[in-house]
Structures are given as C-alpha cells and as structure tokens.
Write a protein that binds this ligand. Structure first.
Ligand SMILES: *Cc1c(COP(=O)(O)O)cnc(C)c1O
Length: 855
C-alpha cells in the first residue's frame, strides 16, 4: 500500500520527569551512575539494547513505561536526587578547583583539539586510547571548572564495528549513524543562526556544519562535512575516523586544524591556549599565523612567535605509524595557495615541518610542525618523556637529548567513568562520602584497610560474574552468526569459570603489543591453564586497524588458539572491544596483563582502569607502569631496561611471565584460608586500588596540565598579544637579529689549569672564555660551561654553570668566567657554549638550533 505520508511518533515525557530530556542531552550522565540507574529502571532491556543511549532511549521507550515511572514514588525520589545533583554540578561555577586556584583568571579559554573523543560507547567517535584519554580529559576539565572548549570531527560512520568470522579473521562493519541518536545539537550564533565554516580545498570551498556536545560544563564542538552543499567526495571527509588514504588524512587534518580555528572564532571564543592533543591538529597553528598576518598585519616570524606563546602540544606515541607525515608534493598540492597568505617563502613554510629521512627523502611531519609551533610540549609518562626527547632530539640541533624541552604529564583515567559503581559505593562507605575530593591525601587511603577482606572479595566476585555473563552473551552472538547449532550454542554456557584465576588482555592489536607472547611456549601455558586444582583462563579483546594486516593476523592466531581442544574455554577472544566491554573487563578480571615491547607504549591507560578496580596489573615496565609499580601493587614482567635484540626481549619477557604465573601469581590466588579468601591477594588488590586511584586519575592530570602548561602558556600568550602584539613583535625582532649574527659568534676557551688527567672530587675548576659577539651584544646571550657526566662513554647527565661577564676585552669581544666544584668522582666531559638569553623565553632551549660551541 502507498501512504499519503509517514509520521514518526516519539513518546511524550510526562511533565513530572521532563528533566530526563535535559539529562539525556548532557554527557554528564556518562559519569553519574545514578542517572544511568534512572534510565535503566524505566526499561532495562531497552536501555541495554540501545547501548545505554538515553537519546535513543527516549525516542523508543513505551509511553506506558514512562507514565508508570512518573507515578512511581521510588523512581521520583531518585529522579529528584539526580536532578538536584545535576543542577548543583552545573551551577557550582565559583566553587570549582579552577575558580578557587586561579581567582584572577579573566583571559580567553583553553581550546583543545583532538581527532577522536571516547566519551561513551553510545557515541562512538573514538578508536582507542587517544580518544578515551581525550574524553576523560574533557570530563575532568568539567569537574575542575577549567575553562576549556574542545574541537573535533563528527564522523558519519565513526570507527568500525569488529566482527570475527568463523576463521578468526576480523571483518570491519561501517554503520551509517543517525545523528538524531547522538547527544548533539547544531551550534548557534548569538542571533540563533546555525554555524557553518568553510575551508579552501584545492581551489574550492568545502563547508562544515558545527555541532555542539555538552560534556558537563565543557562544550565539545564537532565539524561535519556531510552536507548537501558539498561535492560527494568532500562529504566523505568526515565519514570515518582514520579511514581512507593519505589524501583523506590530509583533508581531515586541514578540516580539524584550519576549519577548527574558524569554528572557534565563529562561536565567539578567543582562546589564550591552543592545545594540540597529538599532531593531527597541528595545522591549527598555520591558520592562526594566517589570521595574524592577514588580519593584524604581523610578519610571518612575528606571527610564529605570537602563536607559539600560547600553543601546547602533547605527543602520544613513539611508534612511527602514529606520527603523521605527508609528502612534500602533497603539501604543495594542498598548501600551494596557503603559504603565500602567510607572507612566507615556500621553503620557510616547508621548514616548519621538514623531516629529513636517512635516505635523504624529505617529508612534512605533523609532529615536527606541532613541536615547532608550540612553546610547550609534553609526553604522556616519565619514560615516554625520555623516549620522546631522544626521538625528537634532531628538532633541537646542538643540544643533547637530555636537554630537549619535552616535558611529561603522566596520563590518568576519569575515576567516575571507570571505577565500578559497586566499588564507588564501597569506598564511600569506608573512606567517607567525600573521598573523591581527597584522593591525593595519603591519610584517606589508610582507611582502605577498613574494608573487610571478604567484602571486597565478594564485590569483586560479583563483578566477575557479571563479566562472565557478558562474555557468554558476546560469544553466543558471535557463534550463532557463524551458524552453530543450538546444541553447540548451549556449550557456550560452559565458558567462563568464576572460580578460575582470570587474566584479561584487551587493547589494540598492534604487533608491538605482542598479544601472542604468552603463547611462546604452548606446552608450558597449557599446564598453567589446565591445572584442575588451580585453573586459569585468559580473555582477549581488541581491534586491529583495517589496514593493519599483521595486526589482523595476530587476532586470527589468538582465535585459532581459542579453538584448540587444549585451550577450549580457557582462551577466549571477544569481538568489538569498546568502552562497555572495557568496563566489564577491567572490573571483572583478576589480572590485567600487558606486555608491549618496551619502550613503545607511551602510557597505556587500561591498566589504570583495571588497577583502580582491584584487577591487579601484571605488566612490562613500560609506559605508566614504570611509575605505577611499587613492588606491592602488582607484578612487573622483565626488567627495567631496553633491548636491541627483539628476539631476546621476547624470550626474556615470556619466561618472566611463565615463572611469575607458576611461582607467585597462581599459588597466591589459590592460597585461600578458611574464609575462602586469599588474604595476600586481597591485600594486593587494596594496594592496587589505593596506589592507582590516588595518582593515575585525570583530576591529577588536568591539574598538572593547568599548572605546568596551560597557565604558563596563557600568561605568555597574554603578554605577547597585549598592545597589538607589541612583545611578540619585539621578541621576533630580537630572534631575527640573533639569527642574522649567530654564525659569526666565536668562542675561545681559556682554562685556568690543565684539565686533562685525574682530578679529585670537590676540586674547583675555573673556566674562562673570550667570546666574539658582533651585532648581538652580551645581554642577548648566556655563555655556560656544560659539564657532562659520562657513563660507558655516553652522557648520563649534564650540569650547566652560567659564566659571568668580566669585561669587554676589545670591540665586540667579551671575557667570561666561572668557577665550579666537581661534586663527585667519575668521568666527565667539559665544554663551553653560548645560548640565547631573554627573560621572555619560558625555557632555555626555546629557540631551536641557536647553540654555539667553540670551533
Ligand atoms: C582504555 C581503553 C583503551 C586504551 O587502553 P590501552 O591501555 O592504551 O591499550 C582502548 N580502548 C578502549 C575501549 C578503552 O576503554
């Protein structure tokens, strides 16, 4: 039959509980479990089947159920409580950490740019760790009242949904999402008009609509090119996350970087700090330079200095594939019309991102662009800081890796999002209702011992049962798709033993993460898993990028192990790892296994999620675990060192896994007393909850970002841009003068005594130098003695001693001198060098490449 029209009917939310709509439109509910319970109470099945998506839920819920809820007194009680909490949260503006700590703050916002945001599984705009970290960053910024706005892309198909076929191959499914299922609204100008921005791509205008997502008090804005007014190929730009070829990637990065800045302006913001979370968004610096050149009349160099002052860059991976590079021809193609607008030459422009490979190939690196355009850069764990300083040392020629100004802020996770509600309730009971506002107080954590062992154990067992239910459901879905019979599907109920020691391994299937390491010695593993008195089970999950063949082969390999008779029901691989599955795994397993090839894991955060839920970490000393492991809160795989020989590294790490499982972990788990609880195990759980929750959380992380990066960048930005960029211009003029004369600097070292040979510790050394400084003058430089301690022929650490100006010995030549004591025995190298000196520089190596040594 034909219809004259079709209509969609949505339920009418009863007046009494109308606030549900407002709750559904702010992602605050994702970290408030009472709000989740509220929706679940109305219709549990629908809540689950919509993937806990309140927007979809409110479109589909039966009218009758809403009416019943509205009349239910218990529901109303919870509803009132939630509404009050929400309204208090949204209105506590003057009472937040930020407003109390930075009372005088009146400048512009912090604009945070990231390619992906993992806020909740029902809003799948993420692929993995980077996105989840960004989501947690926004949630904590909101909690702390940090004036942050965020920019990203809205993907029509998101990342992909992973299915495993009956041979164990990953299949990627792309769904065309219905945006009316998402918690998004069109962003509007003050006059009510919807906001669109346009970017120039290859001579034509591409439009993007700006959408708004409320994340508590923080606004996230997402750009979407899937619009009628765009050509079909341009509508695809925001189709998939990390999809398409290299041209698609550059278009997406132009959109987020350049389109993102335009969106910020149209929205009426005037940020002081621009944070590039990973290099993807580094083109934002170019657009800001263009603004200053074209709209404020600055020169290219002046604009660079003005922009650098407020830019912050976070690098997230030492793995090459994680650092985008484009060919020079691609940059010419997409930026040929752009660089003339900056008043720059092509070469000056390219130099901003130029990376010379060993084979002399030249590429344009987004990480280098970001480093060069950011006054402040950081890595995401202490070890990753070290690795990054080595990796990017070449961007700062003339200094040692130890001196490279890439700081670190160790990642964390958002507690309310990742700590299971049952454990949150326990901690409330035993640590006090306000425990979360005192997480960094060691005294608070002493009280964790008040939780009775059996109570913590039972809570954990409860969560493990929930995980097993979840696993069975997931495997059933997988196998029924494979066409297994009803009888075969019945067997799925044998999977998962709640009494067995359960090990979880879930992460992206990148080869360096070595998902198959534990299978290195199959026989040995078989024995460990199949001990009838002490059974052990292994649960795997994770996606491989659709273009990552070796990663997909690794999935297939694990899948095949899982179907071998000797690993039947002992090795389990789940499909489609997402935030929901992550929540189940990190709270339901006993051990969280992580064995990346050190030092490639920048931080890792899933182990932090596990650790706070009492799932004990058993991990290689890489990423955050180097800082997190304290000897009592888990186990370390292998040693605190790097290897040249990868095979040897694999061997040592796998043997370390087996030995510890056999000798320590399994026996400890099964060492149960009369109460059926392993005391030692529970004490490790407590130590884990305490040590991980108290530090590896995003509240601490955001405070560090604010103190180490945001506030200093904000101050420098403000100073540099005041009075029509007066200081930025002066500073750029000074840099220009230095650069013009730098090559003429000459250093002639004069030693008080012969330095070769053996010296005593505590002996004083005097160094003098005559330095020729034509056109620069002594105020602009700081000569220093570098005194490097050598260990095995390598520099282990460096001390610097500023030299004092004694007198001008002849025109443009100055005598400098310093005396210092050798503090300890050892082998040392000594040198003199000149670096720029200006109180406007936030750190010593602010100006890359300006370092002069004696010829
Ligand atoms: C936390 C999380 C990650 C990141 O975990 P890693 O430790 O970096 O592997 C990836 N995916 C999901 C779904 C997560 O919840």
């Amino acid at each position: 039959m034909d219809f004259i029209s079709k209509i969609t009917v949505v339920p009418k939310i009863p007046e009494k509980i109308l606030g549900l709509k407002e709750l559904s439109e702010n992602m605050w509910w994702t970290w408030n479990y009472k709000t989740q319970a509220l929706f679940e109470t109305i219709d549990k099945e629908l809540w689950e089947s919509t993937q806990r998506n309140p927007v979809t839920f409110l479109k589909r819920v039966e009218q009758k159920k809403l009416n019943t809820a509205a009349e239910d007194s218990k529901f109303n009680e919870l509803y009132q409580e939630v509404m009050k909490e929400f309204s208090n949260y949204m209105n506590e503006n003057s009472n937040t950490w930020f407003s109390k700590t930075h009372r005088s703050f009146k400048d512009g916002e912090i604009a945070y740019f990231c390619m992906e945001y993992g806020l909740h599984e029902s809003f799948p705009m993420y692929s993995g760790g980077l996105g989840i970290l960004a989501g947690d960053h926004l949630k904590s910024a909101s909690d702390l009242g940090i004036p942050l706005i965020a920019i990203g892309l809205l993907y029509q198909k998101g990342y992909f949904i992973q299915r495993l076929n009956s041979e164990g191959w990953q299949e990627s499914i792309f769904l065309d999402y219905d945006f009316s299922d998402f918690p998004i609204i069109p962003a509007k100008e003050s006059n009510g008009d919807e906001i669109y921005v346009d970017i120039d791509l290859l001579g034509k205008k591409v439009f993007a609509k700006v959408w708004q997502v409320k994340v508590g008090r923080v606004n996230l804005y997402l750009l979407d090119t899937n619009l009628m007014q765009n050509d079909p190929e341009d509508r695809e730009i925001t189709s998939t996350l990390y999809g398409g070829d290299i041209e698609m990637r550059i278009k997406q990065e132009i959109l987020i970087g350049i389109g993102g800045v335009k969106a910020v302006r149209k929205l009426g913001y005037n940020p002081s700090v621009w944070h590039m979370n990973e290099g993807h968004a580094a083109f934002l610096g170019l657009e800001r330079i263009r603004e200053l050149v074209q709209e404020h009349g600055l020169t290219f160099q002046e604009a660079i200095e003005a922009v650098r002052a407020g830019n912050v860059f976070t690098t997230h991976t030492p793995v090459p594939a994680g650092n985008d590079v484009f060919s020079i021809s691609l940059i010419d193609k997409y930026f040929g019309d752009f660089w003339p607008k900056l008043g720059a030459s092509r070469q000056d422009f390219l130099n901003l991102g130029l990376e010379k490979r060993q084979n002399a190939e030249e590429l344009f690196s987004m990480t280098i662009l970001a480093l060069k355009l950011s006054g402040r850069s950081n890595a995401v764990s202490r070890l990753h800081g070290e690795v990054s300083r080595k990796l990017w040392n070449h961007v700062w020629p003339g200094i040692e890796w130890l001196e490279v100004p890439i700081n670190y802020v160790t990642n964390g996770v958002h507690i309310d999002t990742w700590l299971n509600p049952k454990l949150q309730e326990s901690l409330k009971e035993y640590l006090g209702a306000d425990w979360m506002s005192k997480i960094d107080d060691p005294e608070l954590w002493e009280k964790i011992d008040n939780i009775p062992d059996h109570e913590l154990w039972e809570t954990h067992q409860q969560l493990k049962k929930e995980l097993i239910e979840y696993i069975r459901k997931s495997i059933k879905a997988q196998r029924s798709r494979h066409g297994e019979t009803v009888e075969q599907l019945e067997e799925v109920n044998q999977i998962g033993d709640e009494k067995a020691l359960t090990i979880g391994f879930a992460r992206r299937f990148a080869t360096y993460k070595r998902a198959d390491l534990i299978f290195s010695d199959e026989e040995r593993l078989k024995k460990i898993l199949n001990d009838p008195d002490k059974p052990v089970q292994l649960i795997f999950a994770g996606k491989a990028h659709p273009a990552d063949k070796p990663g997909q082969e690794l999935i297939k390999k694990i899948y095949e192990y899982s179907r071998k008779p000797e690993f039947q029901n002992k090795v389990i691989i789940l499909e489609n790892y997402d935030m929901d599955m992550a929540r189940h795994l990190v709270s339901g397993v006993d051990i969280w296994l992580n064995n990346p090839r050190r030092p490639r894991e920048a931080s890792g955060t899933s182990g932090q999620k596990a650790g706070m839920n009492g799932a004990i970490n058993f991990s290689v000393l890489d990423g955050w675990w180097v800082e997190g492991y304290n000897g009592k809160n888990g186990w370390a795989i292998g040693d605190n060192r790097d290897y040249e020989d990868l095979k040897l590294q694999d061997k040592i790490d796998s043997v370390s896994i087996y030995n510890q499982l056999e000798k320590q972990i399994v026996p400890m788990y099964y060492e149960k007393g009369e109460t059926d609880v392993s005391k030692e195990w529970v004490s490790k759980m407590k130590e884990s909850i305490k040590s991980v929750t108290s530090f590896f959380n995003t509240a601490r992380m955001l405070k560090e970002y604010t103190q180490k990066l945001y506030m200093p960048a904000l101050e420098q930005h403000t100073r540099f841009s005041n009075d029509d960029f007066k200081l930025a211009k002066e500073f750029a003029g000074w840099v220009k003068l230095l650069k013009e004369n730098w090559d003429s600097i000459k250093i002639h070292v004069k030693l008080d005594q012969d330095l070769t040979g053996v010296k005593n510790a505590e002996e004083e050394i005097g160094v003098q130098a005559e330095i020729y400084l034509p056109g620069i003058g002594p105020d602009s430089i700081l000569p220093e003695v570098v005194f490097a301690r050598l260990k095995d022929g390598k520099i282990a650490n460096i001390r610097r001693y500023d030299m004092k100006l004694i007198k001008e010995v002849q025109k443009d030549t100055y005598l400098y001198s310093v005396k210092f004591k050798i503090e300890d025995r050892g082998e040392y190298g000594i040198n003199v060098r000149v670096t720029p000196n200006n109180p406007l520089m936030p750190h010593k190596n602010y100006l890359m490449g300006l370092v002069k040594y004696p010829q």
